[in-house]
Design a protein around this ligand. Structure first.
Ligand SMILES: Cc1cc2nc3c(=O)[nH]c(=O)nc-3n(C[C@H](O)[C@H](O)[C@H](O)COP(=O)(O)OP(=O)(O)OC[C@H]3O[C@@H](n4cnc5c(N)ncnc54)[C@H](O)[C@@H]3O)c2cc1C
Length: 377
């Protein structure tokens, strides 16, 4: 067992830190805007190519994606969502795309010159993804799409929206759905931006498809073959989300330790009170546990793919629940300052709360874990 990053992975982490430092986050009250300059700079530095197979990208595996998302969440939280949404879309293309699609699209994703979004959730189909109803009717060399998608993140600035659609009306969606890349500018597609409390630089949208005609050549994978691809995408998304929670807590712990060492009450730095020292010890221990559960799940999934789904759900569940609780505790340790709008602690908690939903909620992760526990005994 090797618990250390390789020299190449250490260099990758430093590259991300340097690239983020050259593109500071926008002011909190700035108009929300896709962080295009940083995204392209991450592409130029080779960061966005990880997880995409060579020769189209840099190769690498889930542990590299963990390192990237953890580091971004710590140093440039506004760049996280565009990066991991592209990683999930890249994984769908890498596994299901044909040679021509990979040759054309993966190098552009790696360069940061092409962006994609992913639309599965619908108004009536959230946790129950198999309840999707958006229909794609085959017509000669085209599909005609009708229906709605909700929450799809990154659509506003995307070139393509990978849309999960029913291509067989009857029977289970898991056997009768396909993934279709819908161009953002397709006629009949309308997008409304949702008014989110966080992640505002990467807009989530309500999409309405009114008889949208899309070439059949833009389907990823086989017709009715969406579900095995979605399972791969879900695994990548859950691991990446867990990693972002680790990075957010790293940054929050660093800030609160500096504050507690500098701020004095009762004639001494607050960090010298035993009650506070023990709280910090507990938070650091819980942070360490998040890290190792996530790293091990990524390592397992890298080796055995969907068979590691239970471990991946455990990592996602524990990282999101712990991040929510730890970031709230850290807000309290900052005292009244953290109730001020400009303080980074509440903003970090709100941004990290996206992890509660992306890749499925805590209850859904528990359900997936329970299935594996019961099947194994
Ligand atoms: C900011 C944001 C960005 C998102 N981005 C995307 C995206 O890019 N693409 C995309 O396709 N989707 C996206 N989503 C959707 C996300 O995947 C869903 O929000 C999530 O799967 C939960 O679905 P829901 O919100 O409809 O909640 P619901 O499914 O309605 O659930 C409501 C509550 O009931 C619980 N619940 C539901 N079923 C069960 C059960 N069987 N047992 C116990 N409890 C249950 C849930 O855990 C939750 O607490 C995004 C969501 C948000 C908030």
């Amino acid at each position: 067992m090797d618990f250390d990053w390789s020299p190449a992975q250490r260099a990758l982490r430093q590259t991300i830190i340097d690239t983020c430092a050259a593109h500071p986050a926008p002011e909190p009250d700035a108009e929300p805007a896709f962080p295009a300059a940083l995204h392209r700079a991450l592409g130029a530095a080779g960061v966005l190519g990880y997880g995409l197979p060579a020769p189209y990208g840099a190769g690498g595996g889930l542990l590299d994606l963990v390192l990237i998302n953890e580091t971004l969440a710590e140093h440039a939280p506004h760049a996280v969502s565009p990066c991991f949404v592209n990683q999930v879309c890249g994984a769908l293309l890498a596994v299901g795309g044909n040679k021509a699609q990979k040759e054309e699209l993966l190098p552009q994703l790696a360069a940061g010159s092409l962006t994609m979004a992913f639309a599965l959730t619908e108004p009536q189909a959230g946790s129950d993804a198999a309840a999707i109803a958006l229909q794609a009717t085959p017509e000669g060399g085209h599909y005609r799409l009708s229906g709605e998608k909700l929450y799809a993140t990154g659509c506003w600035d995307a070139d393509y929206i990978i849309t999960a659609a029913r291509t067989t009306a009857e029977g289970k969606a898991s056997r009768g759905s396909s993934l279709i890349m819908v161009p953002r500018e397709a006629t009949g597609l309308t997008l409304s931006r949702l008014n989110k409390i966080g992640g505002r630089d990467h807009a989530s949208c309500h999409l309405r498809y009114a008889q949208v005609q899309v070439e059949a050549g833009l389907r990823i994978g086989a017709e009715n073959g969406a579900w095995p691809l979605l399972l791969v995408g879900a695994g990548v998304e859950r691991i990446c989300v867990a990693a972002t929670c680790i990075g957010a807590v790293s940054a929050a712990l660093r800030d609160v330790v500096a504050f507690l060492q500098q701020r004095e009450q009762f004639g001494q730095p607050i960090a010298d009170f035993q009650a506070i020292r023990h709280t910090l010890a507990d938070l650091a221990t819980r942070h360490e546990a998040m890290r190792w559960l996530c790293y091990r799940a990524a390592w397992l999934a890298q080796r055995s793919g969907p068979a590691a789904a239970g471990a991946v759900s455990m990592a996602k569940l524990q990282a999101t629940e712990e991040a929510g609780a730890i970031l709230l505790e850290i807000m309290k340790l900052h005292g009244g300052l953290a109730y001020l709008a400009e303080h980074p602690a509440p903003r970090r908690l709100i941004e990290t709360m996206l992890a509660f939903y992306a890749g499925g909620t805590a209850q859904i992760q528990r359900e997936l874990i329970a299935r594996q526990v019961l099947a194994a005994r």
